[in-house]
Design a binder for this molecule. Structure first.
Ligand code: OAD
Length: 238
């Protein structure tokens, strides 16, 4: 257990694809630079969606279907325990578009890059929960228009969600913890610098040092499913 004098009050946890890797969800940046066989520009930009909506829908439909076959792992569960038991401020910011944090039980959570299980109608502007296939002919449950619904995912060139709330939490936190992210995609990759500048202790847990590793006071290398439960136990005590 962490001694009272060293105990942080406000914690901000940033998670990336590495936290879901132990559940069998593929990470983004393999050694070949491809994303499940696709170039990022072909499936994760607004231009790609305008050019070939069928391809983009097929890509996200497959990822949404994959969610039905995977379960939260010990890292998601440990973060849910932290959420339930941490008496101070906590915000879990995930870059992941899967729903494994919420299925693991986390509540103080936000999705910076959107969610596979949400849709966004480009006709009426509504955003809504979505289950199953979307496809290019999906009908908006709000305005009943077909063919205008897109996955509610933040693509390259688009503005991530809830940045004001995240920025305020980054400025207030006294412990910033980054788990399972390569630190390759901004603005999330820059969160550590804001937290550091505002005086937070910064801890990284990842399989390998991330691109922003030098900014962390401490880096723990290994699998999230092992490192995160041990860290939460350390923080909360037996
Ligand atoms: P990446 O695929 O870039 O990085 C995943 C990181 O997790 C790597 O540094 C791996 O070493 C590490 N890792 C892999 N398995 C792990 C394990 N079992 N335990 C701990 N760490 C492990 O994924 P992100 O950093 O999340 O954006 O990528 C950021 C964004 O890039 C994504 O949110 C996505 C993508 O483009 C959008 O879709 C908008």
């Amino acid at each position: 257990m962490v001694a009272n004098a060293e105990r942080p009050h406000a914690i901000l946890v940033l998670t990336g694809a590495g936290v879901s890797a132990d559940s069998g969800v593929a990470t983004f940046r393999g050694p070949d630079g491809l994303w499940e066989g696709h170039r990022v520009e072909d499936v994760a930009t607004p231009e790609a969606f305008r050019r070939d909506p069928d391809l983009v829908h097929a890509f996200y439909d497959a990822r949404r279907a994959k969610l039905e076959t995977v379960q939260p792992n010990a890292a998601h569960q440990a973060l849910a325990r932290l959420d339930a038991e941490w008496p101070g401020e906590l915000l879990i910011v995930t870059q992941n578009v899967d729903d494994l944090h919420e299925r693991g039980g986390a509540r103080r959570l936000l999705h910076l890059h959107g969610e596979l299980k949400r849709g966004w109608c480009l006709g009426c502007g509504e955003r809504f929960a979505w289950e199953g296939e979307m496809g290019a002919v999906a009908v908006c449950p709000s305005c009943d228009t077909a063919g205008k619904v897109r996955p509610d995912i933040v693509w390259f060139g688009e503005m991530p969600y809830e940045m004001e709330r995240i920025d305020a939490a980054l400025q207030r936190c006294d412990l910033f913890v980054s788990i399972g992210t390569s630190g390759a995609v901004y603005p999330a990759a820059g969160f550590v610098q804001t937290a550091l500048y505002c005086g937070a202790r910064c801890l990284e847990m990842n399989l390998e040092p991330s691109q922003g590793s030098i900014f962390f006071h401490e880096t723990r290398l290994g699998r999230a499913a092992e490192l995160v439960p041990a860290w939460v136990e350390e923080l909360l005590g037996g």
